[in-house]
Design a protein around this ligand. Sequence first.
Ligand code: NAD
Length: 352
Amino acid sequence: MHDFTYVALPARVVFGNGTLAALPAELARLGIARPLIVTTQGQEKAGTDLMTGLDNAAAGVFSGALMHTPAPVTQDALRVFKASQADGVIALGGGSTIGLSKAIALHTNAPQIAIPTTYAGSEMTPILGQTDAGRKVTQSTLRVLPETVIYDVELTLSLPKLMSVTSGLNAVAHAIEAMYSQSANPMLDLAALEGVRALTSALPRICEHPEDVDARSDALYGAWTCATCLGLGGVALHHKLCHVIGGGFDLPHAQTHAIVLPHALGYNAPTIPNVMRQLEVVMESNDVPGTLFDIAHNAGAPTALRDLGMPENGIITVVEQTLANPYPNPRALEREALHALLQSAWSGERPT
Ligand code: NAD
């Protein structure tokens, strides 16, 4: 056993199939009488259905959430929140929606109930990344941590196959990096390994049968334990690369994580033999980076950064930005090896 520091976050998690039925009781528990429901345009109908289900007692539905929480959207949502005299927020959606809910909470201190419908994991973290005039600023404060999280398997059945796989691999990335980050501890290892096991076994089954409730249940359970890792643990090279690439070329969040993960893990693998051994056991694979790549490839998800629109000459920029301001990482950052990692991820080679 190595030395560690363990920190916990307050959380109330209601998990199951049909748990949306618990929403009125959970609202009452927090003393919320007029919640504002926030979501994306694509999930607007789900938002209005939810409002109807609450006998129209909600303050309204704001369906303008966008990726990376742009400041103008937050300002619009805050105007609606105040004008409708809302006293709490219900976030129905993925990381973009939960980001907006967190931004409202940051400004108003309103209590939040998050109802995640992807596997990204923002609901369990005190982290908020916001963009203003093209610049992303991330902060961590308990003010934005949702008071209650309702995981309802039923709401994930509609998540498209490709988004399920990339979002699930995004969650797996949070768990894997927590195992070798500077904040690693034995409780996080347990959560991480359980999340990786549940998600990597569920994602191929979801690809075969997107409405397989058992597979969806395993995936959402894995998403929760992986999200716990992001909330409590640290990150390393993989997240650094995704932040530089995603921000620099405006690439989609989940897809970028899904592509980079096998390559970043392959880079670190020689320096983290204990982590690799444990991952091999839970994934029942002696080639963990290759198996992660295959999950995306077999699903038909993008496996090359060039297919997301990143230019090849961007590789050098990413290497230099990563070296200029690195995150702590178990393997030292080597310019040539990083270049090779990114070249493989850009062209979509299976990691060796
Ligand atoms: P997203 O929230 O942008 O959702 C992607 C798309 O899927 C949207 O169009 C949405 O309407 C749709 N969708 C979501 N659930 C659906 C469902 N069940 N059925 C049908 N369609 C559905 O994607 P995401 O990957 O969940 O979130 C990405 C954002 O979250 C990024 O901005 C990222 O930075 C942020 N994030 C933040 C944290 C954190 O801790 N702060 C953690 C993870 C992700």
